[in-house]
Design a protein around this ligand. Structure first.
Ligand code: ZN
Ligand code: ZN
Length: 167
């Protein structure tokens, strides 16, 4: 959890605008998926990378810092397409809008604070996909299992013990 914050902070300080270290890699991945490398796609990837677990609306706001004229619809379309080709993964916390992240393919799960909505990554519980072994697979070849850990984050726990009014 803390580790993740450190990485994000590090990236922000080393970001020099146009030359994001991952952009070349992303361009390559886009081509491998038969997509053209456009500044819209790169800007959306950049935004999602900078703000893991952001909503589509948060992503629009972030992308507009680079491409002020991009429409909400365009960002949604790009996000959906990047999700389809697996460069972005989508996570839907209970009762809250979908979140997006560039951490894909590692079958990780999420811990969700029921009080403030904070989301943290949790490594795959068993160590490989589909992670859980259900008693019945109904003849399906199971690819993945998504676990949502619902809880109360440390900050909210502290607020509750201190009697502060929870948000
Ligand atoms: Zn919380
Ligand atoms: Zn995540």
């Amino acid at each position: 959890m803390t580790q993740n914050n450190v990485i994000v902070g590090f990236m922000e300080t080393t970001q020099t605008g146009a030359s994001h270290p991952s952009q070349q890699e992303w361009a390559q991945q886009l081509r491998l998926n038969g997509r053209r490398v456009t500044k819209q796609r790169l800007a959306v990837l950049d935004a999602v990378e900078a703000m893991p677990h952001a909503t589509a609306d948060d992503t629009v706001r972030q992308v507009r810092q680079v491409l002020p004229k991009i429409s909400v619809q365009s960002v949604y379309v790009v996000l959906a397409d990047l999700t389809t080709i697996g460069m972005v993964s989508k996570f839907e916390p209970p009762g809250s809008p979908a979140r997006y992240e560039t951490r894909t393919g590692d079958n990780h799960h999420h811990a969700y604070c029921i009080n403030c909505g904070m989301i943290e990554d949790v490594a795959c519980a068993v160590g490989d996909t589909p992670c859980l072994t259900p008693s019945e697979d109904h003849g399906m070849k199971l690819l993945s299992a998504e676990v949502v850990y619902r809880g109360i984050c440390p900050q909210c726990q502290e607020d509750m013990t201190n009697g502060t009014t929870a948000k």
